[in-house]
Ligand binder design. Structure first.
Ligand SMILES: *Cc1c(COP(=O)(O)O)cnc(C)c1O
Length: 456
């Protein structure tokens, strides 16, 4: 299918950016005795050439025609900053492991906390959202030992498993046809009197549903429990919360009232993998982390990052990359970073609009995408046939270089079918700002792939 070269040769700005910054960094250490050059660069080049060839066996995540899973390329400045930090390889486990990068982590995390309306907080980066959620639920368990954790049936699958690791009971609460937690079902659980923490997801992984945080907060007044907001995916939408449709807008406005928040800079924050973030509204939870390891370097009277994290060694480079990205693209309402989120969301709304106007597909009965994830069912006589068709369109689209994703969803979300039945649907996460400009091409390929499978 070589109709056009999918990857027009574009100049990667990273090597040049990196060379300039590396020269500056070398000057910072110019007082040290010179090192003799090491290594046999021909051998290194040969093995790297093999690495590059191996890496070709990947979906082209960086390309706008990749519209499948939650994958967003790191910003060039993030790649350059990460690589620059690699010449130092700091460890943010403690200040002596990464003096500058620890400061940068504290600043960058403070900016994220302020995005959520918190001037005071306790928080740090983690290796990802799972580890960040583990910390939040671990603190929750320290505060309410033995109490149950509940989250919606659409919450991330790791919450059940994390609770198991922490030896805390976990139960799912029903979600409605828009993928949001049902407040009435939550109240039924709360009435049992043993719920310590409610996990509210702002931006579910499957469809980007936003749990009704305002209603959950109202229930907290009545029943008293901790609220952990899992916004690993959706956290940054706080910056364009006012542009979202109700009731998501209200949920984002209420996020500051949560007890803890998780957001993944490695999802929507333009960072390489290995960058999650956990935040607590009450800095006093730092007391739970207390340890007196003899081999942790204590050089500061303040709690350093190694004293407020469950993980020991952590990549200082992740903090350097995040700090640099936020310096270039501050987390401000109306800023350039927020504009990128808004562009992806417009692309999602446009794809959803086209799907609704096409007789071959069924979009969510509950309405337009809440964030930037679009899911749709292929029309067919049975759920089984709809699933098969989705798989075939997925394959036909991939042959055309359009990479979609598949997801199992309740059938009644689309056509009111039997509510225990699931159906394989197509899913597209339109999280790159360029998706907006590429939407006509994305649609053409989807249309052509669908024509191959089910006709015009
Ligand atoms: C991705 C995601 C997680 C898990 O985060 P990782 O960074 O993949 O470990 C948790 N919760 C939600 C809502 C997510 O989207």
């Amino acid at each position: 299918m070589a109709r056009d070269p999918i990857l027009a040769p574009v100049r990667d700005p990273v090597p040049e950016l990196l060379a300039q910054a590396a020269a500056r960094l070398a000057r910072e250490f110019s007082a040290l005795p010179a090192l003799t050059e090491s290594g046999d660069s021909a051998r290194l080049a040969a093995v790297l050439d093999e690495t590059a060839a191996r890496l070709g066996d990947n979906y082209p995540y960086f390309h706008p025609l990749y519209v499948g899973q939650m994958l967003k390329p790191p910003h060039p400045v993030a790649r350059a900053a990460y690589a620059l930090a690699m010449s130092i390889n700091p460890n943010n486990h403690a200040r002596d492991g990464g003096r500058a990068s620890s400061e940068m982590e504290i600043e960058a995390v403070g900016q994220i906390a302020r995005m959520f309306g918190w001037d005071r907080h306790l928080g740090h980066l983690t290796s990802g959202g799972t580890m960040a959620n583990l910390e939040a639920l671990w603190v929750a368990g320290q505060i309410a030992p033995g109490k149950r954790i509940v989250g919606s049936a659409q919450a991330h699958y790791t919450h059940g498993r994390i609770s198991g690791v922490l030896k805390l009971d976990y139960s799912p609460v029903a979600a409605d046809a828009s993928g949001r937690m049902e407040p009435a079902a939550l109240e039924d659980e709360l009435k049992k009197g043993d719920v310590g923490t409610v996990v509210a997801t702002l931006g579910t992984t499957a469809i980007g549903a936003v749990d009704p945080l305002e209603e959950i907060l109202a229930l907290r007044e009545k029943y008293g429990f901790r609220i952990h907001v899992d916004a690993a995916y959706g956290g940054y939408f706080r910056l364009i919360g006012e542009e979202l449709a109700e009731p998501a807008r209200r949920a984002y406005a209420a996020i500051s009232e949560a007890d803890s928040i998780v957001v993944d800079p490695h999802k929507h924050g333009l960072q390489p993998y290995g960058c999650g973030c956990v935040l607590f509204r009450d800095p006093g939870v730092g007391r739970f982390y207390k340890h007196d390891s003899p081999y942790t370097y204590f050089t500061s009277s303040e709690l350093h990052l190694g004293e407020i994290s469950l993980e020991c060694s952590r990549a200082g480079a992740a903090a350097v990359s995040l700090w640099t990205t936020q310096k270039l693209l501050p987390l401000t309402v109306g800023g350039e970073f927020a504009a990128g989120l808004a562009a992806g969301r417009r692309a999602a709304l446009e794809l959803d609009r086209r799907l609704r106007a096409d007789g071959r597909f069924e979009a969510l009965a509950a309405g337009a995408p809440q964030l930037d994830i679009v899911v749709w069912k292929v029309k067919a006589a049975s759920a089984e046939e709809a699933s098969e068709r989705a798989q075939k369109i997925f394959d036909a689209a991939a042959r055309r270089n359009l990479h979609l994703a598949l997801v199992q969803l309740p059938r009644y979300w689309f056509d009111g079918g039997v509510d225990t039945e699931t159906v394989t649907c197509l899913r597209s996460v339109l999280m790159k700002p360029e998706h907006e400009a590429w939407l006509p091409r994305i649609w053409d390929e989807l249309d052509a792939a669908s024509t191959e499978v089910v006709g015009e």
